[in-house]
Design a binder for this molecule. Structure first.
Ligand code: TRP
Length: 331
């Protein structure tokens, strides 16, 4: 039997090329080797997104984005978390095995508490129970599908370790393997994509390059990448330039060597470098953008794909809950 890869995608913003290289591509690569279960974590998004229109649109945007990028819903079970009620039943069960102290140590919660402290606010200000218990829901997401590996960014590794802890307490209590213990799969090579200002590309830094912007907007965005004040004539160091770092993501060694030569020779201004970057970015993104536009033009068909994914997922989820209930004496 093939092993199971599972990951959740929180629909909280517009997809950008950091998501594409840092999450989408590596997760799709794993679908060649694993039975994949990928889902839109819409109840996770509810913790922070309270505008219904925005949340609704973001769910579709993100789902369409993954499909446009090549997720094959015949091969991958692709669904919305909210369509699997068993996840929330399992969450309630896992709560009984989750130490409150474990949640106190979660990075996201600790950071929120610390930020409140620095502002002189009440330490609990703006923190809802959804944020506090986030790792339990995430553990349920993972454990319910008997996942072997969970492809995630470094920031999520602690959550996977908590899922391991929680599943282990269940197994230890009943003296047998009721729940499978998942492993994180961190994609080191892809981990950091530089943003417009050279820092890690991230929505929170406002330095992103959108994945599905119209061609003209994409070009304008790339032309705004921050550069130093070197003149056209000056030779430049490709390794100190985020334009070149981004270029590498979209090209093979032949084009990279040629571009690096132009940097070192001098005579290439930053405007020219950005034009060349735009050319290769647009080459890769055009077909994805066209597929995205086509998918977004038929939302009922998109919803149907997600519903069909949920139909395939639910019996698997129900079996895990049943196994746990039986072990627990609630059957
Ligand atoms: N917490 C993840 C994030 O912020 C999203 C997520 C929710 C997830 N449930 C998951 C990731 C289960 C992996 C497995 O991106």
């Amino acid at each position: 039997m093939r092993k199971i890869s599972l990951t959740g995608i929180k629909p909280t913003g517009s997809l950008h090329i950091g998501n594409y290289f840092g999450a989408i591509k590596p997760a799709l690569e794993l679908t060649k080797e694993y039975d994949a279960r990928y889902f839109i974590a819409d109840y996770h998004a509810l913790n922070t997104m309270k505008d219904p229109k925005e949340l609704n649109a973001t769910i579709r945007h993100v789902a369409a984005g993954w499909l446009a990028a090549g997720l094959d819903p015949e091969k991958v079970i692709f669904y919305r978390q909210s369509a699997i009620p068993e996840i929330f039943e399992l969450t309630a069960m896992l709560m009984a095995f989750t130490a409150k102290g474990l949640m106190n140590r979660a990075h996201a919660y600790k950071a929120a508490v610390q930020e409140n402290g620095e502002k002189g606010d009440d330490t609990d200000a703006g923190i809802n129970m959804g944020l506090y218990t986030y790792p339990v829901l995430m553990a349920a997401d993972i454990i319910i599908f008997d996942s072997d590996v969970v492809p995630v960014g470094k920031d999520q590794v602690q959550h996977i370790e908590m899922a391991q802890d929680i599943a282990q307490s269940v197994n230890a209590n009943y003296g047998k393997q009721v729940l499978k213990i998942p492993q994180p799969a961190v994609q080191e090579d892809f981990a950091v994509v530089p943003g417009m200002d050279g820092r890690k590309m991230s929505k929170s830094y406002g330095n992103t390059i959108p994945l599905f912007a119209p061609e003209k907007t994409l070009q304008k965005t790339i032309m705004r990448i921050v550069t130093n004040s070197q003149s056209v004539e000056e030779p430049k160091n490709p390794d100190e330039s985020q334009i070149f770092q981004l270029y590498k993501l979209f090209t093979q060694s032949g084009e990279q060597d040629a571009f690096a030569k132009r940097y070192r020779a001098g005579g290439m201004g930053w405007g020219d470098a950005k034009e060349e970057l735009f050319r290769v970015v647009n080459r890769e993104l055009s077909p994805i953008r066209e597929r995205y536009d086509a998918i977004m033009a038929d939302i009922p068909a998109l919803d149907k794909i997600l519903e069909q994914g949920a139909e395939r997922a639910r019996p698997i989820a129900a079996a895990t809950v049943k196994r746990f209930r039986k072990a627990a004496g609630i059957d």
